[in-house]
Write a protein that binds this ligand. Structure first.
Ligand SMILES: Cc1cc2nc3c(=O)[nH]c(=O)nc-3n(C[C@H](O)[C@H](O)[C@H](O)COP(=O)(O)OP(=O)(O)OC[C@H]3O[C@@H](n4cnc5c(N)ncnc54)[C@H](O)[C@@H]3O)c2cc1C
Length: 461
């Protein structure tokens, strides 16, 4: 079992130059607004708060260094859609709102890219678009459904590929068809976090790192964020803890489930190895299984290979002990060799996992606690690179009670269907996981899956 710290096993984190250290939370401090968590959500939220009110004294409290959570450990595949797909958005929210979400998702990425250009954040972004691949006839039908769902929303830029065309893009003998979806691309997530952190510090936002918040306490009209050796109080607190939210807000756990996603990264490919697989357009690739594989090239031509077969650790456990899964590591290597037998000797020196947070409808969810003084947003699943920026804007407007078009969205106003508590939760996850695996092995969805689909309930990362 690999027990090395995530800073050594995660490819992105291992290559990060030591960041300028920020203080720990010691003694008692005051602020106008405190954000807990320095992942994408926390950092974007702080930046939007600053934009809305340049006078505010804003502080962020983070348990590790910025990017310690999923934001520093993900695959860096940036999608334009807010929901996992246009089809799911229509199912969850109806066509009209799905259309709005499609527009908002596109605008969000455009704005994000202009932010990166404006503040000279270099995160190795490559605007590659995405490619979905079919491994079975049923997957080809799903690709056709994706095209139809997009067309229903007036989006006609998806391009279906035959088996041969897909294999020309990327030389795997397993491909039976493909779909090219323009928009989005691939990036280095830690460089993105570092860029957001640098801009936040330059804008006078205070950051306390290596200071796990232990609890929230009511303090007159304020809320106090209490850590081991200090506390900070503010009239408004924003909890941006994603899969760790229940540590400070235990009651929110019925709205989400913490899951662990696992990935592995290879040594750099030689020119000949790269030529043996094609991949000239360098798109992020996702297959059409329930528990899909996702993969991309890094800037130095390594392959990042990940699976959405996420693990639920009973009792809603999140922590360092979940960072490695030898079983997933072995499964990832075996599936890679099946896809690319021409690279069967390729070594994968980096493997790690990270905590994500899913709601039953696979889209973010927002709420408040402490009589409205605490606001939270979570539920970005394995799809948070773009949606955490939207969430940051939503959280900033909610906390400052400022109007914004996004606050009228159903995903802001309507909570998702709850998850059952333990011990039912663990049992439900095992049953659904087994049923989804059977579908991935070619069986039709069983009664349980059909029922869940009827209620718009999903389980995936
Ligand atoms: C393996 C993997 C692959 C993924 N691939 C992709 C992808 O390709 N594309 C995509 O769009 N999304 C992907 N995701 C999902 C994406 O990374 C997340 O949706 C996103 O990073 C969530 O950001 P966040 O800021 O809400 O959460 P986090 O980044 O988890 O931030 C929460 C922060 O809170 C801190 N914290 C926790 N407890 C405390 C406490 N008590 N006090 C203070 N701070 C605390 C944590 O250290 C962490 O920094 C992937 C995720 C994983 C794990």
């Amino acid at each position: 079992m690999n027990t090395l710290p995530i800073e050594q096993t995660c490819f992105w984190l291992a290559r990060r130059p030591p960041p300028d250290p920020q203080p720990k939370l010691r003694g008692v401090h005051n602020a106008d607004l405190v954000v807990v968590g320095a992942g994408f959500t926390g950092l974007w939220t702080a930046l939007f708060l600053r934009e809305l009110n340049p006078q505010l004294d804003i502080a962020i409290v983070e348990q590790g260094g910025a990017a310690h959570g999923a934001s520093g450990r993900n695959a860096g595949m940036l999608a334009e859609t807010v929901d996992h797909s246009h089809g799911l958005a229509s199912e969850h929210f109806g066509n009209e709102e799905a259309s709005r979400l499609a527009r908002i998702g596109r605008e969000n990425i455009t704005e994000m890219l202009s932010f990166l250009a404006r503040y000279q954040v270099d995160c190795d972004y490559e605007p590659t678009g995405r490619m979905f691949v079919a491994l079975t006839e049923a997957h080809i039908r799903s690709l056709n459904d994706q095209v139809a769902a997009a067309a229903q929303l007036g989006i006609f830029d998806h391009q279906l590929l035959s088996a041969q065309q897909t294999q020309e893009e990327l030389h795997s003998p397993l491909y039976r068809g493909g779909l090219v979806v323009p928009g989005g691309g691939v990036l280095d997530p830690v460089k993105l976090v570092e860029g957001l952190r640098r801009v936040a510090l330059a804008q006078g936002i205070r950051l306390f790192e290596h200071s796990p918040a232990e609890r929230l306490e009511s303090d007159g009209s304020c809320v106090r964020v209490v850590a081991a050796n200090g506390a900070i109080r503010a009239p408004r607190v924003i909890v941006a803890l994603s899969a760790y939210t229940h540590r400070l807000l235990p009651r929110v756990i019925h709205r989400f489930i913490p899951l662990y996603d696992y990935v592995t990264v290879s040594e750099p490919l030689t020119r000949a190895q790269l030529e043996s697989i094609g991949w000239r357009r360098r798109q992020g690739v996702t297959d059409m299984r329930n528990f899909f594989l996702y993969y991309r090239l890094t800037a130095d031509n390594r392959i990042l290979w990940g699976t959405s077969e996420a693990v639920y650790y009973r009792g809603n456990r999140v922590g360092d002990e979940c960072d490695h899964s030898p079983e997933h590591r072995a499964h990832l290597r075996a599936s890679f060799r099946q896809h690319f037998p021409q690279l069967s000797g390729l070594e994968f020196p980096y493997s790690w996992g990270g905590p994500i947070c899913a709601t039953t409808r696979l889209t973010p969810f927002f709420g408040s606690a402490f009589d409205g003084r605490v606001t939270y947003g979570l539920g970005f699943t394995g799809h948070g690179l773009g949606t955490t920026r939207l969430a940051g804007r939503i959280l900033a407007h909610l906390a400052l009670a400022q109007p914004h078009e996004y606050l009228a969205l159903s995903l802001v106003r309507r909570p998702p269907f709850p998850y059952p508590p333990e011990p039912l939760r663990g049992l439900a996850v095992s049953l659904v996981t087994r049923a989804l695996r059977r579908v991935d092995n070619g069986e039709p969805p069983n009664l349980l899956l059909r029922m869940l689909a009827k209620f718009g309930i999903g389980f995936s990362s």
